[in-house]
Design a protein around this ligand. Structure first.
Ligand code: FAD
Ligand code: MLT
Ligand code: ZN
Length: 437
């Protein structure tokens, strides 16, 4: 997004856990700050060496260590690219439980460290449930073996959870054990148009009722988002060229029986049309059309980046108010920017993006802290899935109490007493012991 610039003079690409451990021992002894880095696709500046940190990139640790075809449990190194893993388990009858637009570059260690949500969370849940174990190297070089492969293990505190979403501030993830669900035979994708946001909301309620267990994604984008994609992304086609509505939904079903799934989908679409919830729609007729519908939704992030400067906000907001913020922001900013709303509606996750010709402090002052105050007042979260990183470290208080932040600082001090791991990220300000080289 051209927002954060790195200033590192040194990038290290270890090949083994032992090397990660030796690097960290060295940096810990010399109080050198380190930024763990995966595919560098994060959207909050978490993987960027904003000062003079050493970059510890996990890309060369990309081996698959084990795949149990009976249980679907995969054990691999942290630098494996998500898409490569999906192809690997895909050819053995499974899918990765997460999917996102950056799958071709992001690494599983980066996904775990951001607790990435993405397009399949609605169906398979978050990484807090799907990750079964981790190997982590702590700031002083200690290797913490938490690499279990069990669904159930209640022996003491579940330490791995601290590193899921830890954004590289508590340890470096070197290995991941993750459960993958079976790849089901039948997938349907529908692209639907709605006149207003309330209709989107009602369509979601109807989809849950009528599609039940086969519903696998429920995504939304507004007209502004669709227009940005069609303008900036080569090869994208409007799935509904005759519709000029304000809202679009991408609904996916995945199940084991094509006939049964199709019947359910048809019944759902018929009742949504009858109730006037959707005005228009198309069901993909083959895999390539399904992919082209997905490309429109997944392409929003990339298209936004081509449109100039973009201020990105990733928010959890109660469903009924989800789009009100977009409208409020639009009236607030008037013609000074284009305000776009899209996201994982099925998870109550809005992506509010504000596009302007260039980054501008006056415009920023109009957006922040308004957007955070608005979200806090709605009892939402200022980071649904992207993390806090560098961008929102100082804003954590909008979503977490002072007591909760103090407990987090306690964990940070315990695991990284010299504050060498990803300083200035996640927590508001480095404690006095955080020393940068
Ligand atoms: P990086 O960007 O390299 O790092 C992210 C954070 O994790 C940093 O704080 C870094 O220090 C830390 N980190 C990385 N690797 C390790 C490690 N091995 N050990 C410890 N810390 C580590 N996110 C979603 O949640 N849902 C989406 O749908 C989604 N879609 C996206 C679409 C696009 C086109 C793009 C560009 C991004 C998207 N993202 C999405 C953002 C998302 O967080 C990342 O794409 C992904 O999870 C980050 O993985 P990465 O390997 O690139 O990590
Ligand atoms: C998405 O859902 O497309 C991603 O989280 C990226 C973005 O927010 O732009
Ligand atoms: Zn997202």
């Amino acid at each position: 997004m051209n927002k954060y610039e790195g200033h590192s003079q040194l990038l290290l690409r270890p090949r083994t856990t032992q090397q990660v451990s030796e690097i960290l021992q060295y940096c810990y002894a010399g109080r050198l700050a380190v930024v763990p880095q995966g595919g560098n696709t994060g959207l909050v500046g978490g993987s960027v060496p904003v000062f003079d940190e050493v970059i510890l990139n996990l890309g060369a640790m990309n081996k698959i260590l084990n795949f149990d075809e009976a249980s679907g449990i995969l054990v691999c190194e942290a630098g494996c690219i998500l898409e490569s893993l999906d192809n690997y388990v895909g050819s053995r009858g499974y899918v990765m439980p997460l999917d996102l637009g950056a799958k071709g570059s992001c690494q599983i260690g980066g996904n775990v460290s951001t607790n990435a949500g993405g397009l399949r969370l609605l169906r398979y849940g978050s990484l807090h449930g799907n990750v079964l174990g981790l190997e982590v190297v702590l700031a002083d070089g200690t290797v913490l073996d938490l690499l279990g492969t069990l669904r159930k293990d209640n022996t003491g505190y579940d330490l791995k959870q601290l590193f899921i979403g830890g954004e590289g501030t508590l340890g470096v993830v070197t290995k991941v054990s993750i459960i993958t669900p079976p790849k089901l035979a039948s997938t349907n994708v529908a692209f639907l148009a709605c006149e207003d946001y309330v209709s989107c909301q009602k369509t979601f309620a109807q989809a849950k009722l009528q599609l039940g267990e086969i519903l696998s994604a429920f995504e939304f984008l507004d007209r502004y988002a669709l227009d940005v994609v069609l303008k900036h992304l080569d090869g994208t086609r409007d799935p509904l060229p005759d519709s000029k509505q304000h809202f679009y939904l991408l609904v996916e079903t995945t199940g084991s029986n094509q006939l049964h799934d199709k019947e359910k989908l048809d019944a759902f679409l018929e009742s949504a049309i009858e109730q006037g919830l959707i005005t228009d729609g198309a069901v993909a007729q083959d895999i390539s059309q399904a992919a082209s519908f997905w490309k429109v939704r997944e392409g929003v992030a990339e298209a936004m980046g081509k449109g100039g400067a973009v201020y990105k906000y990733d928010l959890s907001i109660p469903l009924k108010d989800l789009y009100t913020l977009v409208e409020d922001m639009r009236s607030r900013l008037k013609d000074s920017a284009t305000v776009v709303g899209y996201g994982h509606m099925g998870d109550g996750n809005l992506h509010l993006n504000i596009m302007a010709p260039k980054y501008d402090n006056e415009l920023l002052a109009q957006i922040e802290p308004y957007v955070y105050e608005w979200t806090a007042a709605a009892k939402g979260s200022i980071s649904a899935e992207h993390g806090l990183g560098f961008m929102k470290a100082k804003a954590i208080h909008y979503s977490k109490s002072t007591a909760a932040v103090q407990v987090m600082e306690g964990f940070k001090k315990l695991l990284d007493p010299r504050g060498i791991l990803n300083p200035y990220k996640v927590l508001p300000s480095p404690s006095e012991s955080h020393v940068i080289s």
